[in-house]
Design a protein around this ligand. Structure first.
Ligand code: HEM
Length: 499
């Protein structure tokens, strides 16, 4: 069946367990077969990368840059990628090569190259063969690791979960969780990053996957997921260690526990004959080309990917927002004045969170994800030769675009390190070229959860900033980690007081 025959219903349908054929009930279909396995044995992968590079060099040219293995380059690239990328941009122009560990990576950093990678030359790239494959041990064949028809059909299946009405319905959960957490927040010194992460994970489990917030399973899933995720916060060489007692083994234990809990939830819903709510409900109501239910593993991979993509991004953004408001008092005063004028003594409601209800807060959030775009790098691999911003790039090579670096190019952002929400006044936005501001990616693989993330950020920020002031703890300096998403390394503590 080709992709044109995919049908998608806006909501999941209840179904009797025995009745498992599409012929008997309408429902979304994912007809394309799932992809083959990803090779994750490091020695084999490295060997293949080296052979591939030799082949590329025999047939074509790799863009200029730093081609030789260099421990110091790899180290600076891993620890301070923004400075590293901008200095290479100055030296080589927008498209250049840097060897990271054993492999050459082509970086493309300009609005033109971004538009090409995301939109006009989109079909020159594979996600699955790019560096997101490092996430495969946790995410499997989820949205971030698939290509082609299988990706297109999965995306079409999940899209209704992110339509405005659906997200607005989830906003009730976001506000309930935000207000409940704010009620319990005691003034004093706290690690806001860790605190927000718990709230965001609860919102994702309830609002995205449709789980009951009070269930013990949701709580245990959050714990197991955190354990599996911790691996990706460690330095890359540590992530690569294997064997008993290694962080990798610890993370695999978390993954196993998480899988058991998710499979338990799936089986319960299937046995009850009701796919249930949220994106999980949509996945459970779908069938494959033969009219059979999607395999449990496929449903699990998408669910875990949504949890992953859906909570760390908002957690980091909110923490960075509070950090910048704690340092930029003009920006903080402007947000507080707006909240006081619009909300007074009332809590925010769904009506305030559509984007135009609190424009100053909106610009402040936009500036936060300019300075600190959580998904700061878009890793791909070319599947055919392509010319990016005038530079020829051969087939088979890793190509990364970076919102973080693009958002700091002085040609498009005056004094790029300064935090200035007014950069997002309508006239300024209209004057900027396409591809200069890309925190959510673009084109047919644009962030699926953008609307969900935006509503969640507004709900959390409006609830917290109406009630509290957050000052970054003077003893702590912000250190940024870049894996898996941009975030404050080791958390970030704030002195919290009531307004
Ligand atoms: C501040 C919040 C968020 C930001 C800045 C963000 C950013 C991004 C970016 C840049 C991409 C594309 C990466 C690339 O081109 O390589 C992406 C993809 C994706 N995001 Fe988000 N994201 C956010 C929140 C969310 C949320 C809440 C979800 C919820 C489920 C989500 C789900 C996804 C998914 C599934 C994809 C893959 C889409 C596809 O391949 O078709 N994101 N995100």
């Amino acid at each position: 069946m080709d992709s044109a025959s995919v049908t998608v219903e806006a909501s999941a349908h209840a179904m009797p367990v025995a009745d498992r054929r599409t012929a008997d009930r309408p429902g979304p279909t994912v007809a394309a077969p799932p992809p083959g396995p990803i090779e994750n044995r490091i020695a084999i992968r490295t060997g293949r990368d080296i052979v591939r590079e030799l082949r590329i060099r025999r047939h074509g040219r790799i863009p200029r840059g730093n081609h030789w293995p260099s421990l110091s380059n790899t180290w600076i690239g891993l620890t301070d990628p923004l400075r590293f990328l901008l200095s290479h941009y100055e030296r080589y122009g927008p498209v250049f090569t840097v060897r990271s560990l054993h492999e050459p990576v082509v970086w493309a950093i300009s609005p033109t190259a971004n538009q090409q990678i995301l939109v006009s030359e989109f079909d020159a790239f594979s996600w699955r063969r790019g560096r997101f494959r490092d996430l495969a041990p946790l995410l499997g064949d989820g949205m971030l690791n698939i290509d082609g028809d299988y990706h297109r059909e999965m995306r079409k299946l999940l899209l209704p979960a992110f339509h405005r009405e659906q997200v607005e319905a989830s906003t009730t959960v976001m506000l309930e969780e935000a207000q409940g957490a704010a009620d319990e927040l005691e003034p004093g010194r706290i690690d806001v990053y860790g605190w927000v992460r718990d709230v965001a994970l609860r919102i994702a489990l309830r609002g995205l996957l449709g789980m009951r917030g009070d269930s013990d399973r949701a709580h245990r899933m959050a714990v197991a997921f955190g354990r599996a995720l911790d691996l990706y916060g460690l330095p890359l060489p540590v992530q690569m260690l294997r064997g008993p007692g290694s962080p990798y083994a610890h993370a695999q234990g978390g993954r196993k526990a998480l899988d058991e809990l998710i499979f338990g939830e799936l089986r319960e819903r299937r046995e009850a004959g009701d796919p249930g709510a949220g994106a999980l409900g949509m996945l459970l109501a779908a069938t494959d080309a033969d009219g059979e239910e999607l395999p449990e593993q496929a449903v699990r991979d998408q669910a875990v990917t949504l949890l992953f993509a859906g909570h760390d991004t908002t957690t980091a953004t909110l923490t960075f927002l509070l950090y910048e408001l704690g340092r930029s008092l003009d920006a903080r005063d402007a947000v507080e004045a707006e909240l006081d004028a619009v909300l007074g003594s009332e809590e925010p409601t769904v009506a305030h969170l559509g984007g135009s209800g609190l424009p100053v807060l909106e610009r402040t959030i936009s500036e936060t994800i300019r300075r600190y775009p959580p998904a700061w790098v878009g890793p791909r691999r070319t599947v055919r030769p392509v010319t990016l911003d005038g530079v020829d790039v051969p087939a088979g090579i890793a190509v990364h675009y970076s919102s973080w670096a693009t958002h700091h190019l002085p040609e498009y952002w005056e004094d790029p390190l300064a935090f200035r929400p007014d950069r997002f006044l309508p006239e300024a936005v209209a004057a900027r070229p396409k591809g200069a501001y890309i925190p959510f990616g673009g084109g047919s693989r644009m962030c699926l959860g953008m609307r969900f993330g935006q509503y969640e950020l507004r709900a959390l920020a409006a609830t917290l900033l109406r009630r509290f002031r957050f000052a970054p703890a003077a003893s702590d300096t912000l250190r940024i980690t870049t894996t898996p998403t941009l975030g404050p390394a080791g958390g970030l503590r704030f002195d919290v007081r009531r307004r």
